[in-house]
Each structure stands twice: as structure tokens, then as C-alpha cells.
Design a protein around this ligand. Sequence first.
Ligand code: UN1
Length: 496
Amino acid sequence: MTTYRNFIDGAWTDSDSGDLFENRNPADRDDLIGLFQKSTRADMRRAIDAAHRAYPAWRLVPAPRRAELLFRAAQLIAERKDLLARDMTREMGKVLAETRGDVQEAIDMTFFIAGEGRRQYGQTVPSELRDKFAMSIRQPVGVCGVITPWNFPMAIPSWKIIPALVCGNTVVLKPAMLTPLSAVNFVKILEEAGLPRGVVNLVTGSGDDVGAELTAAPQVGVVSFTGSTGVGRSVAVDAAPSFKKVHLEMGGKNVIIILDDANLELAVDGCLWGGFGTTGQRCTAASRVVVHEKVYRAFLEQFAARARRLTIGDGLDPSVQVGPLVSQGQLDTVTRYVQIGIAEGARLVAGGHPLSTGTHAKGCFHEPTIFADVAPAMRVAQEEIFGPVVSVIPCASYDEAIQIGNGVQYGLSASIYTQDVNRAFSAMRDLYTGIFYVNAPTIGAEVHLPFGGTKATGNGHREAGTAALDVFSEWKSVYVDFSGRLQRAQIDTADL
Ligand code: UN1
């Protein structure tokens, strides 16, 4: 059995605690993947110290040179894509096509952001005074604390670590305990690409201990977190006393709106992929579908029939379309919400049960589940379930659809199916989310545009795209006076 270690100051090391935790395959709980360090706060402090010590030298490496190492890392990830995807399916459960997509997202992000090593554009503007130069430049922040979830075990670490590094910061990564192998794989590649020691550090363990230590540490300049809204709130609270920058990417309750002129077959395809892709465990998952009453019955029949036909099983089997939930805990949450939906009076039209016999006996499987005739205020239509449960809500008009769409605490992604360009553009304007799709489901954001959401989904920042650089750098405005005399801005304006 392999024991995996923390990566601190360029060395793979055991935790002080001597304690380990298991990483098991959610499709087969008998399959033990490896043992990982259950780290202590002291381990985390050592990692932060190492990142702090590495920062002054890394900061001064020219950004295009930093980027060369990142390009090399992207190449290495690409060469190992299949192995990395297999490891990921085994520890997280999603099907191989999707874990390949996850690794591809890390490759794309790493290439894209490495390109920023030669850009990181600032502004040069004319000064209001003679013989004076004015410009803005990006500066790194220092040590970045990166706390990542289990649903995109390589893509999301790349979204945070790669922009942090290209800007000249050093990093401490605390990955989710359910998917530490993909984090180890990613950090090994960064090591192999030639990052100097201490520039990237990895500490595995619980959020309550090592995560909290990272969030509160005064030496850490930025914390970037993806996970639940509840934990995000405590990250913000723990970070507040030291005024560090906090980037939060949290829950979603994303909506697909289907108008009466929609191409229904296309909409059904979109709802199946958006609702049940990744077993519904995406923050962008389409967990609500709002359908115009004129096409409601026709849509529902097709959607339920197709959902019932999905193949559920081990994601390593190429014929499987929907993998397991990531853990027993997540399966319990889904089971609980199905009961809540039934008790609220939602009508179960597909699925509704965990699967625990035959090939499903050893894993955390649940049927793709659809509730129909859901009222917008029901808990299954308001709360993030993070599983294969979709609530279908009828509506009578475009206006009502928008109102329902916006009527949740989250604002990550939304989508509309219509052939009417006017209504598509109106919805683009009226849905208050960070991401919006026309005639495509709510999942599938590309790496070169900003990613994030409004309201309880985020705290005003975006990752991905060049917006990511704003999280991991601070602007500095620079004025160079070459007049040789004192010039007073806003005062010495008399001479032209
Ligand atoms: C997430 O679920 O946390 O847009 C990220 C998407 C993917 C990323 C999802 N590219 O669905």
C-alpha cells in the first residue's frame, strides 16, 4: 500500500502526527487507493514558512521565465493525461471521459495562464503634468493559500496555483481529503517542471485543522477557496482579522429555462448533461429546469424516459454514463433530499433510490432522479444538493421564468433554450449570474473567460480568464517625475 507524503520546502515529508487517512474508490469501497498524511497545524505552519522563505527570490524571477516552467508543466500533464485521469476516476468516481476533461482543463489553464507571463498588461496613461510618466503595474501578494474541492481535483487546483505562480507568488495547497491523489500528482508535475523549492507546498488533512491554520496565518496574503457556502463563510471570517484577500467560489442552484419555442430534443440533451454529468456534483450543475407550460408535458416525458435509461456504474467502465457519488456522506445527503422532496409534495418521475445490489453493491450509487411539479419555494428547488437530483418547475411566461431563475440565494450559471434571439438577449441581461448560456446547459465553462458567480456563490472575485490575475496580484500605480522640480498634482495646473 502506497503512503503519500506532504510536499514542504521541496521535500516529500511525513506529518508530525504520525496519523494517516485512507483514500478509497467510491465505486468500490474495498479498493484502497493509498494512505495520506493527516497533517497537524505545525505541518501547515512549516509549509507556510517555506513558502514565505521562497517568495523573495521567486518574486524577482522575470515573469516570462516563471512562465517557461509552467509551459513545461502543461506539457507534462498533457503527456500523462490518461494516467492522471484514471487515478482521478478511481478516487473521485466521475467517468473517464469527464476526468480526461478535468485534466484537459488543467492543461488548458496552464498553457493559457503561462502565456500571461509575457503579458500581465498594465496601463500607461498621459500625466496631467509636464515631464511626468504615469502607469500601473501588477505586483505579487506573497504567500497564497489554496483550498480546493474534490469535484474537479486537478482543474481547480490549476485555476488557482498557476495564476498565483505566474504573478510571482508562492503557494500552499490544501486539497480536499476525498481526492488527495490528484493533488499529489499535480504537485509532482510542478516539481518535475523545475519549480524552486518552497515555491509550491502541499499539505493534506482536515479543513478544521490545516485549512483553518492556512486561512488565519498572518504570513498568507491571499486565500482562494472553492467549496460550500457554509465553509466559505467561515474562511472569510477566519481571514478577516488579518485583512488578507479572500477569493471564494461557492454553491450554485443553476437554472435551465426552456421556452415554448425551444428545440426540445436539444433541451433534453442539455438537461441530461447539465443535471447528471459528474453525477450532479458540479457547482455549475443544472439542478433546476423551468419549463413553459405549453411544452411542459412533452419535455418531461422525454427527459424522464432518457434519465431512466442512463447507465450507472464504475466510471472506469467505458459503457457507464453516470458514476458514483464521491462518498457515503454525499450519498446520504442525496437520499435525505429525495425524502425532503417527497415530503414537500414534489412528484418523483425518475429515479429516487440508492443502488446497492449487484455491480453497485460496493459503491456509493444513486439513480438519476427527477422531481416534477416542483414549486419554486420548495427546499429541493432552493438548496444545493450536489447530486443527481433535478427539480422541474412549470412556468407560464418569460417573465415568470426569469423571476424563478433569479429567486435563489445563488448566482453562478444559468441557461435558456429558445429560438428567439430577442428573448435570448433579454435573458442574458435579466438573469443575475456570473455565467450564462444560450441553447447549451449550465456546465462547460472554458478557461479563458472569467469563472464565478453573484450573491451567495462568490464574494465579487473571478477565477480563470485574465480576471484570475486580479485575485493573485495587487495593482501599483507608478508616477515618474522627470521635470527636476516639485510639481503638485491637482494644484500646479495653471501653465499649459
Ligand atoms: C465546478 O463545478 O466547481 O463549467 C467547476 C464547468 C466546468 C467547471 C466546473 N468547466 O462546468
